[in-house]
Ligand binder design. Structure first.
Ligand code: NAP
Length: 403
């Protein structure tokens, strides 16, 4: 390999080529012409193919990727079809249909690397993500439906066998976490219950993932998964904490206008990491969600009021076993809908909102206090009326019936 020297490093991408190619590239990039005063055809075509290929590959390959022309022939973009991925993560591409071969070495290369030199195909790959949903219950399935509908590749793992449901949604279901992680998804999305999140995350064989994998969670509390991710994930992994503030019931007619809170807890600076995070958030933007960037702490403070309070009132009302009547008012209909919306979520979810949001305890105490105050106001007023009637009535009786 001593005849192969690195020419340039851009974004962590080092391009290696033979000195003759380097000379041609320099000639081309400096606009050198041949003796007859025209662009050398070889220099010009090299310039075009090299620049195009480099630009496109830099968008799809992870950082730290090294391109090595291995054949003596022209280093133009060759189709990468037959892939062999050795344990170290390097990808070797063999010649196809007699064209030039190229070796791609990457410390954390993705195994799926179909770099057929079609610009549209490459650009498409850029925005299409491979998303692994961990926890394919009520909410995991609800999200996966939209991911798949937008053309993303969706994989799922859950402790329950949901393979039939997954098939109907166009999702690949895995009953083994190792098999799923070996697919090396771009994004791992944690959608398990809040209460089981830590155990599920600890059980994931993250060593099988690419080092730069983006971890996302959709838990309804945010400080808890943020701390969990920071504590359990290696520093190379990116972290995005999100909360789609809607569910299968409230979002059944579409997500337009519904809030989506997120916090980019740790996203690497390289273009591909920034782009991947953007592509994930774009899923929700495209559905019309109202995107709200806020810190996890800020979310929990606000969500305790708007979410835990809503769920608590819904669950308290459910205990009253309210029934629809022929004279329902609009307000009463709202209460019935609230019961329906909140109680269709699992009790585990509600319990998680209480246990894992430190603001919930204070809020439930405040709610209790507010109910007591309201009761007190009502009874004091009632006592006032009774007292008045009692004393004024007895005074009248006393004056009128003196003898
Ligand atoms: P959930 O009851 O909170 O969670 C159910 C999911 O957790 C299922 O995938 C279930 O897997 C998994 N799970 C529960 N216990 C487990 C355990 N011990 N080990 C492994 N997996 C376990 O209901 P959900 O509505 O589907 O919510 C999922 C997550 O999304 C929650 O974190 C919730 O806060 C969040 N979220 C929900 C909504 C909503 O409207 N529902 C909205 C925003 C965010 P199996 O089914 O395989 O048992």
């Amino acid at each position: 390999m001593n005849h192969v020297l690195p020419t340039r490093s851009n974004n962590g991408v080092a391009i290696y080529m033979k000195p003759s190619y380097r000379r041609k590239q320099r000639q081309a990039s400096e606009g050198e012409t041949d003796r007859s005063g025209r662009w050398s055809h070889a220099a010009f075509s090299f310039f075009l193919t090299f620049r195009t290929r480099k630009m496109l590959l830099s968008r799809v390959l992870p950082s730290n990727t090294t391109l090595l022309p291995t054949s003596s022939s022209h280093a133009r973009a060759a189709p990468l079809r037959n892939r062999h991925v050795p344990a170290g993560g390097a990808i070797t591409v063999h010649p196809v249909r007699g064209r030039s071969a190229m070796t791609v070495r990457a410390r954390d290369a993705a195994p799926v690397l179909d770099t057929e030199p079609q610009p549209l195909k490459l650009l498409d790959r850029r925005t299409k993500l491979k998303i692994a949903v961990i926890g394919f219950g009520n909410f995991g399935q609800f999200l996966a439906r939209t991911f798949a509908a937008q053309g993303h590749e969706v994989l799922a793992y859950s402790r329950t066998d949901y393979s039939d449901t997954a098939r109907s949604l166009g999702v690949a279901f895995f009953d083994d976490q190792h098999d799923l992680c070996e697919q090396q998804p771009d994004v791992v999305l944690l959608a398990t219950s809040i209460l089981s999140a830590e155990a599920v995350l600890r059980s994931l064989p993250i060593q099988r993932l690419r080092r730069s994998t983006l971890f996302v969670d959709v838990l309804s509390v945010k400080e808890f998964p943020r701390n969990l991710f920071l504590q359990l994930l290696p520093p190379d992994f990116d972290i995005l904490c999100t909360h789609p503030m809607f569910g299968p019931e409230s979002g059944k007619h579409g997500w337009a206008g519904l809030p989506f809170a997120y916090d980019k807890v740790r996203i690497g600076d390289s273009d591909d990491r920034v782009e991947r995070c953007r592509a994930f958030l774009e899923i929700f933007e495209r559905e019309g969600c109202r995107m709200v960037e806020m810190s996890c702490a800020e979310h929990d403070e606000t969500a305790a009021e708007i979410q835990f309070l809503t769920h608590t009132i819904g669950r308290v009302l459910a205990k009253l076993d309210l029934k629809s009547t022929p004279i329902n008012t609009k307000g009463y209909e709202t209460l019935l809908n609230l019961v329906q919306n909140t109680c269709s979520d699992s009790y585990e979810l509600y319990n998680g909102l209480f246990i894992y949001n430190k603001n919930s305890t204070e809020l439930i105490e405040k709610l209790n206090g507010a109910l007591d105050t309201t009761k007190k106001e009502l009874f004091e007023r009632l006592h006032g009326i009774f007292r008045k009637q009692l004393f004024e009535g007895s005074a009248r009786n006393f004056v009128g019936g003196g003898n």
